[in-house]
Design a protein. Structure first.
Length: 397
């Protein structure tokens, strides 16, 4: 998807909020219907039956009929897809939507005439029941989109995302391979020796965040003051999120252009970031330390980086077994848990090879990727893979 910043007028923003409210209302009704279903009962209504019920509801309630039927039907369509993903085992069960969280709606049946360019930096999109809403034309809008989604984040910013399938980024064609080790202290270490870090908030922003969080703890629930403080906190958080997304996009594009094969660890991030608090009967240990580790993993964009790489390279990302990548010497192949003297220093006690610990792990990931693809009967480089360890890791391309 290609996303752009919407610039609605106050009247248009009120109409957009009404669309969001209708979509949220219809979604929550569908959640409630499926919440009453139990094994052995008649199956819960599907998308077709819910659309017929929606037609009856629009005839009975004028305030619902005043909204866009496209918005409301697509909310049911999204719910049906969410339930299919849940039964397929790929996603969790759909839950209630709240107006305090990010919300939005989807429009389908979009024609090329529904999007137009007004000036160099301004475009307009036609939203049902609202009309032409301006957005910032920050880059070219891809042709062939059939739908778009309008969203509002917690900071109150509006965006429009056009559903298009971007073209993959072509590699250099030289057979270059790279290993990427993701960490907390170093966001991404490359087997070429480069260390990359996600940009974070400045010290002044962190101090302001701490003051706002203390003010939020003192504010009364449901008060206007509490709402203003939550909005201020959200604006700081989305600033950090935007910087992380921008970093992920730039790094993934650069890796896709510079290397034909990109090797990463096959990490189960959802399992790694689970809470360790346990239950009342069996409380966990080191809960605060585990929570800090979880925040560090999520703040470094581990999953976002691999997801964007897979979408931009189309089959050029190789996932390897993460076991012993940080304990194995990339020069001699000996596994020694004592070789990693600190977070940043790796010193092999067998061959005396020394380098940055994260770079050593990235080299092991690159070597393991070559072995994995060769075992499947082919080479990611289009030539036989050198199974012998290489010592000059900083010059490997």
């Amino acid at each position: 998807m290609s996303r752009f910043r919407l610039q609605p007028t106050p009247a248009q923003e009120r109409a957009l909020l009404q669309h969001c409210g209708h979509a949220r209302f219809v979604w929550n009704l569908a959640v409630e219907q499926h919440a009453h279903w139990q094994p052995g009962r008649i199956s819960a209504p599907g998308y077709g039956e819910q659309c017929r019920q929606l037609t009856q509801a629009r005839a009975a309630y004028p305030w619902l009929a005043a909204g866009s039927v496209i918005v409301q039907q697509q909310a049911l369509k999204d719910f049906a897809q969410a339930m299919a993903n849940f039964f397929g085992g790929t996603h969790q069960r759909p839950t209630w939507r709240s107006r305090e969280r990010a919300e939005g709606f989807r429009i389908v049946g979009v024609k090329p005439s529904n999007v137009r360019r007004v000036s160099r930096n301004v475009g307009e999109v036609n939203v049902p029941k609202i009309g032409w809403v301006r957005f910032r034309w920050s880059r070219a809008v891809a042709c062939g989109m059939k739908s778009y989604r309008v969203t509002r984040d917690r900071a109150g910013r509006w965006h429009v995302a056009f559903a298009v399938v971007p073209d993959p980024i072509a590699g250099p064609g030289t057979g270059a391979a790279v290993g990427v080790d993701r960490g907390v202290a170093v966001s991404a270490a490359l087997s070429t020796g480069e260390l990359l870090n996600v940009p974070v908030l400045r010290d002044s922003d962190k101090a302001r965040m701490l003051r706002l969080q203390r003010r939020l703890a003192r504010a009364e629930r449901g008060s206007n003051r509490r709402g203003k403080v939550k909005t201020a906190i959200a604006r700081l958080k989305v600033r950090e999120t935007d910087r992380r997304k921008d970093w992920v996009e730039k790094i993934s594009t650069r890796l896709a252009r510079d290397f034909d094969v990109i090797a990463v660890e096959d990490l189960k991030i959802s399992n790694m970031t689970r809470s360790a608090k346990g239950t009342i009967d069996a409380p966990g240990r080191g809960v605060r330390q585990k929570a800090g580790l979880n925040r560090g993993i999520l703040a470094n964009g581990w999953g976002q980086l691999v997801t964007r790489l897979e979408r931009k390279t189309l089959g050029r990302v190789v996932k390897v077994d993460p076991r012993y990548t940080s304990q194995r010497c990339s020069a001699c192949g000996v596994v020694d848990r004592e070789a990693r003297e600190s977070q940043a220093v790796f010193q092999c006690r067998s061959c005396a090879f020394a380098c940055n610990a994260d770079v050593n792990a990235a080299c092991n990931i690159r070597i393991a990727a070559g072995h994995a693809v060769t075992a499947r009967g082919g080479s990611p480089l289009g030539k036989p893979v050198n199974r012998e360890p290489q010592r000059d890791h900083l010059s490997v391309r």
